[in-house]
Design a protein around this ligand. Structure first.
Ligand code: HEC
Ligand code: HEC
Ligand code: HEC
Ligand code: HEC
Length: 469
């Protein structure tokens, strides 16, 4: 008897639950296909990997292959710092990166710290030509007092209305903020904007150029944020973070790592992660020919374009008041006659081929490359782009390591007493060029023997200086 009662009670509960389940209206946006969010941050001008050694990671050319063709169940965003610097050639390169993002079907580009170092005028110009909307909810145009970019945009994906919002943590900028710009606190801008998005979007993705602590803080402050993608981090997220109601993923590392986050609808205002990870952009990933073509177009444009660095007036050596103008560069040829041994070793080394390596890649007019493959580029007496391969300052020359030798050549040629000496050169000088993606892991003990030089025959040391011509 008791048992029967218990059974019928259970049955009743089960029936009721069943009825409730079938009666409950399916959410208008029932679990559809999952959405995949693809994230880049800190691309830092790396449209293509430089090719300084094999086995290099990264480059938008490879990111293109990793991401594949744009698809309706994906959202692609950049969280900022795609720009490498404020120089004119760096801005030109950035506009090509924007074009690459356009070809890859990106949905939004957030403004990072480096972009915010440009002036309002330069940013307006970039905004006008960008094929992908640039977003920032808190970067203000001083002349109007209004945001310089769209604060957000709402896109449709797989039946979902998704709001993309951009912010930049201004605290790291100090006084490097570009001319004509002001920056509002992220929480002030979001506090104003987020309530306006209520009902207009099914979920909100925040692109935030901010560090881990600030990203987590935003998640705690604003329950409306379903996903936060960043950021200004030392290393890419080791794992997907969950804070308050937000999923947080961040990446960095000069286009060598991308974030991928697959989400699906679970309950109102909640997105469950199906998968969240940061992937390395390995050298095994093929480079996309369409994006590589953009890099070639950039290098052609940069060759034709007159840049600030080509103007000798911008290359003054005595910019710091009270400091003597720098010793001038003399060129490798002017060293070889008195240092034939060093010259012989140098000629056989890769350093004497460094400019040819750039020519092979049509990169010999690109300031991004020239700096380490010539002598004294960017100074008043060193390599100049208009001289091209005929310049006496091509390649990694004697003075790339020893420093400018004009004074030394003058004094030694005059044959009198010499009380000016080159300073000793060591591993630190090598690593100005041999670092990061620009070199195989540098090890002085094994690299130096490949180019070891310096011992000249005593006869050379006491020889009379050669007469000029
Ligand atoms: C920070 C200095 C630096 C910059 C900037 C730089 N390089 Fe290099 N590059 C190097 C060094 C160092 C090596 C030698 C690496 C090694 O031996 O491991 C090298 C080697 C090379 C080589 C020869 C590779 C080989 O296998 O023989 C090529 C080609 C090259 N760089 C192209 C470029 C291009 C193109 C750019 C611009 C996008 C560039 N480099 C920018 C430092 C630089
Ligand atoms: C101004 C930039 C620069 C500096 C400084 C520099 N290198 Fe290099 N190094 C290069 C570049 C560029 C190459 C690649 C040349 C090429 O093949 O195009 C290279 C290549 C090399 C190679 C391999 C090429 C070869 O000779 O077979 C060695 C070894 C090397 N460097 C050692 C050194 C050492 C040791 C120092 C410091 C004493 C040094 N480098 C300082 C730019 C530099
Ligand atoms: C890749 C960097 C690099 C290049 C290029 C280079 N040197 Fe050196 N050189 C060194 C280093 C490192 C030493 C050893 C440390 C020192 O003496 O400062 C050295 C030593 C010397 C010495 C002996 C210094 C002494 O105090 O006795 C002479 C002379 C010299 N180099 C001349 C040249 C000449 C000439 C060239 C060009 C043909 C040249 N070097 C190219 C890095 C370089
Ligand atoms: C007119 C001859 C002459 C010319 C040209 C010349 N040197 Fe020297 N250099 C000498 C003599 C002589 C010494 C002292 C003996 C020695 O150390 O070999 C010397 C010494 C050096 C030293 C050792 C450190 C020092 O300052 O004493 C370095 C490094 C050096 N030269 C590099 C260069 C470089 C780089 C160039 C080209 C920019 C160059 N030399 C051009 C004659 C010359």
């Amino acid at each position: 008897m008791r048992r029967a009662w218990w059974l019928s009670f259970t049955l009743l509960v089960a029936l009721a639950a069943g009825a409730w389940l079938t009666l409950k209206p399916a959410h208008p946006k029932a679990p559809g296909q999952p959405l995949t969010l693809l994230l880049t941050c800190d691309v830092d001008g790396r449209l293509v990997p430089c090719g300084c050694f094999s086995g290099q990671l990264g480059g938008v050319t490879r990111i293109a292959t990793l991401f594949g063709p744009a698809s309706p169940d994906q959202i692609r965003v950049d969280a900022g710092n795609a720009l490498s610097g404020t120089a004119d050639y760096e801005r030109i390169l950035y506009s090509y990166i924007q074009q690459a993002f356009g070809k890859l079907g990106y949905d939004a580009l957030n403004v990072g710290e480096r972009e915010a170092r440009l002036s309002a005028t330069q940013l307006r110009e970039l905004k006008a030509h960008s094929p992908v909307p640039m977003l920032s909810a808190n970067l203000i145009d001083r002349s109007t007092g209004a945001p310089l970019f769209d604060t957000h945009r709402i896109i449709e994906r797989n039946g979902w209305r998704v709001a993309l919002v951009g912010v930049l943590d201004g605290r790291g900028l100090g006084d490097t903020l570009g001319e004509g710009l002001a920056i509002e606190d992220m929480d002030v801008a979001l506090g104003r904007l987020l309530p306006q998005l209520k009902g207009r979007a099914d979920f909100i993705i925040l692109l935030a150029f901010a560090d881990e602590a600030a990203l987590t803080n935003l998640a705690r402050q604003f329950y409306e944020l379903d996903v936060i993608l960043g950021g200004k981090v030392r290393q890419p997220s080791q794992e997907l973070l969950k804070e308050n109601r937000s999923l947080i993923l961040a990446t960095t590392n000069e286009a060598r790592a991308v974030g991928m986050l697959q989400v699906a609808w679970r309950a109102p205002h909640l997105l469950g992660p199906l998968k969240g990870e940061v992937q390395l952009v390995s050298d095994q990933v093929a480079q996309d020919p369409n994006i590589a073509a953009l890099a070639t177009a950039y290098r052609e444009e940069i060759r034709r374009t007159k840049l600030a660095i080509d103007d000798p007036a911008t290359l003054r050596e005595d910019m710091v008041p009270g400091v003597q103008p720098h010793n001038s560069y003399a060129g490798t040829q002017s060293c070889t006659q008195c240092h034939p041994n060093a010259a012989k070793i140098w000629l056989k080394s890769g350093h004497a081929q460094a400019f040819a390596s750039l020519v092979n890649r049509q990169a010999d007019a690109d300031p991004n490359c020239i700096s380490c493959h010539t002598v004294g580029f960017g100074t008043a007496t060193g390599y100049r782009r208009e001289a091209g391969a005929k310049s006496p300052f091509i390649d990694v020359g004697c003075e790339s390591c020893h420093g400018p030798g004009g004074e030394h050549v003058k004094l030694r040629s005059a044959g009198g007493a010499v009380d000016v000496h080159f300073r000793p050169v060591g591993a630190g000088d090598c690593q100005k060029c041999h670092h990061g993606e620009f070199s195989r892991p540098f090890d002085y003990a094994s690299f130096w023997p490949e180019i070891a030089h310096g011992k000249e025959p005593a006869a050379v040391k006491s020889a009379k200086p050669p007469s000029p011509e």
